[in-house]
Design a protein around this ligand. Structure first.
Ligand code: PLP
Length: 379
């Protein structure tokens, strides 16, 4: 049987490989310490679950408008205004089945064969796969450790061509935890406006920022960049709602209209019950977000100090998200091999850094290939 090229080309994820191996070991009764999951371990806060139960009991169990129920889109517009200083109308907002779905929709709506998408590397491994599915070309730009894993103006400018359609901005970043400050964002905005490409700003870790750092939405820097930005967010990480599958995007009306049409045929609407739960998450008491953030910050501090007290392994203290991205180059072993060794011999599950972009940059023997993303703070 011949499958379509677009699916045959998707490689099986090394990440899932290790996770399923760890799960199998747990099933066999082996005590595995897992740092592998990219999700908070907290339960979804009670008032959010209660809103969903109420929705079920009241029969809110039918189709909603494809782009999301009006009440929720209003609440999202208010959230954008209050948290990010952004003036999106509900017509500019599409609610989807997780931020991942929002992103997949965006690439489908904007990109086609011949287009180039610039992605800072290391990257969240789903971006390149989504770009491939949209038949566009991935162009990676290295976000160097010496610049706290942020892309520099010179490096970004060198990758821009007439085919550049989008730049993917992910601040705070998965896997590095890097945060782009106002100067970094101004540079990206200036280049986007000058060369006329879209910025896809994935702000899913917005609420998980530590110390004095603050989140800034690139779309808030001015009208020109606002017209070229699609801002993506969701409730998975901030409210511990990974299984509820609600994400959302906002941007120029023509783009969002196209996304809404696309979604109406591919997925109808995100689950009505999850939309009600999200409405409660966004509009009710926010102290749960702060509590979880404080716990993550404590875990980060402990993890970073323990890792940096080891001889041949080190990490930068990440400013956001809940991952620790370690430099293992002194160990002389690749990250996939090391992750397997750690699981087999020490019964510790971690995610290798290699599928997050190292090979693309350096080849197998590279320095970055020998990094290890310890998805640490969630367990
Ligand atoms: N963006 C980034 C950078 C992520 O790490 C994730 C999840 O791991 C997502 C988006 C997708 O989140 P969700 O689809 O659960 O909303």
């Amino acid at each position: 049987m011949k499958l379509a090229n677009r699916v045959s080309d998707i490689a099986e994820s090394v990440t899932l490989d290790i996770t399923s191996k760890a799960k199998k070991m747990v099933k066999e009764g082996i005590d595995v310490v897992s740092f592998a999951a990219g999700e908070p371990d907290f339960d979804t806060p009670k008032h959010i679950k209660d809103a969903a139960i109420k929705a079920i009991n009241e029969g809110f169990t039918k189709y909603t408008p494809s782009s999301g129920m009006p009440e929720l889109k209003d609440a999202i517009a208010q959230k954008f205004k209050k948290d990010n200083g952004l003036d999106y109308t509900p017509a500019q907002i599409v609610v989807s089945n997780g931020a991942k779905h929002s992103l997949a929709n965006i690439f489908q709506a904007l990109c086609e064969a011949g287009d180039e998408v610039i992605i800072p590397s290391p990257y969240w491994l789903s971006y390149p796969a989504m770009v491939n599915l949209a038949e566009a070309k991935n162009v990676f730009v290295e976000a160097k450790q010496e610049n706290n894993f942020r892309v520099t103006e010179k490096d970004l400018e060198a990758k821009i061509t007439r085919k550049t359609k989008c730049f993917v901005l992910n601040s705070p970043s998965n896997p590095t935890g890097a945060i782009y400050d106002s100067d970094d964002l101004k540079v990206i905005a200036r280049l986007a406006v000058k060369h006329k490409f879209f910025v896809i700003s994935d702000e899913i870790y917005e609420k998980l920022i530590y110390g004095n750092k603050k989140h800034l939405s690139i779309a808030s820097l001015g009208k020109d960049i606002n017209d070229l930005t699609i801002t993506v967010n969701g409730v998975s990480k901030s409210y511990s709602m990974t299984g509820w599958r609600i994400g959302y995007a906002a941007g120029p009306i023509e783009v969002m209209k196209a996304i809404s049409n696309l979604q109406s045929h591919a997925a109808s609407n995100p689950a009505s019950i999850s939309q009600k739960a999200t409405l409660a998450a966004l509009t009710q008491d926010q102290s749960c977000v702060e509590e979880m953030k404080r716990a993550f910050e404590k875990r980060r501090d402990m993890m970073v100090s323990r890792i940096n007290s080891m001889k041949k392994i080190s990490c930068i203290k990440p400013d956001g998200a809940f991952y620790v991205f370690c430099d293992i180059s002194k160990l002389g072993i690749g990250s996939v091999k090391l992750a397997n060794k750690l699981l087999d011999e020490a019964r510790v599950a971690v995610i290798p850094g290699e599928p997050f972009g190292a090979d693309t940059l350096y080849g197998l023997a590279s320095r970055l290939a020998k990094r290890l993303s310890v998805r640490a703070w969630t367990e």
